[in-house]
Design a protein. Structure first.
Length: 245
């Protein structure tokens, strides 16, 4: 009697799904181990040490990641991705609420930030690019979330505003002198208009010329909007954010 091919295929899919769940659970164990060991030791941590911390065999750990650096990169990138879900605003979210929640989420993932600072210079270009792309996605999400709350933020400025807000909020997450996220959120909210008022002013200045009749102001003579820039250095003295290569 021949077995049912559809039933056999379904059993195989279930086995593969169960295997992938086990593998992802083991990867999460290794990421947690990295969050404990790497903030202080960086890439000097070995697979054996990670595996022991995660209560896995070294052979299993080696089969899950190509290198210790890849464990660290996955830890940082997965933290950024999880953070995107945490900061989604609601209809009643205020700017201060949003920023306070962002700071609290950054504090919760402080180990990932410390790992990033410790390992960044020792990574291969592709690994650095993976982390930079994940952080750029986070900055974009922050900017777009802010636009849902603050309609006055120009759409083309939202990502860069998000990048600056991320830089400020990350610094706030480490500020021992200001442990209250609400106080930090209020400070950042006060600084926020400086990040996009220049762009808004440029739009207003150009609007009359763009709306004028073509016969009075030829198209070639319409002045182009000035390039939108953020204050450098930032109002609180922080360095500009990193840029993708």
């Amino acid at each position: 009697m021949n077995p049912d091919p559809e039933a056999a295929s379904e059993r195989r899919r279930h086995r593969e799904a169960a295997h992938e769940r086990r593998q992802e659970s083991r990867r999460e164990d290794l990421r947690q181990a990295a969050s404990v060991l790497m903030p202080d030791r960086g890439l000097s941590v070995t697979f054996g040490q990670l595996a022991a911390q995660a209560r896995l065999s070294r052979g299993v750990a080696v089969g899950l990641y190509p290198s210790v650096a890849d464990v660290a990169v996955d830890l940082v990138c997965s933290t950024w991705r999880a953070l995107i879900q945490t900061i989604a605003p609601t209809a009643t979210t205020t700017t201060e609420d949003f920023l306070a929640r962002l700071i609290e989420a950054l504090r919760a993932g402080k180990a990932a930030h410390r790992v990033w600072q410790t390992i960044h210079c020792g990574l291969l270009p592709g690994q650095r690019r993976a982390m930079a792309e994940a952080e750029a996605s986070l900055a974009t999400s922050i900017g777009e979330a802010l636009r849902e709350i603050r309609k006055d933020i120009p759409r083309d400025a939202a990502t860069e505003v998000g990048d600056r807000i991320l830089s400020l909020a990350r610094h706030a997450a480490y500020a021992a002198s200001a442990p209250d996220p609400r106080a930090e959120a209020a400070l950042i909210a006060d600084l926020l208009p400086r990040f996009y008022t220049a762009s808004a002013a440029a739009d207003v200045a150009v609007a009359p010329a763009a709306a004028a009749p073509r016969a009075e102001i030829p198209h070639a003579e319409v002045p182009a909007p000035p390039a939108w820039t953020l204050p450098r250095p930032l109002p609180n003295g922080h360095d500009p954010p990193r840029r993708l290569a």
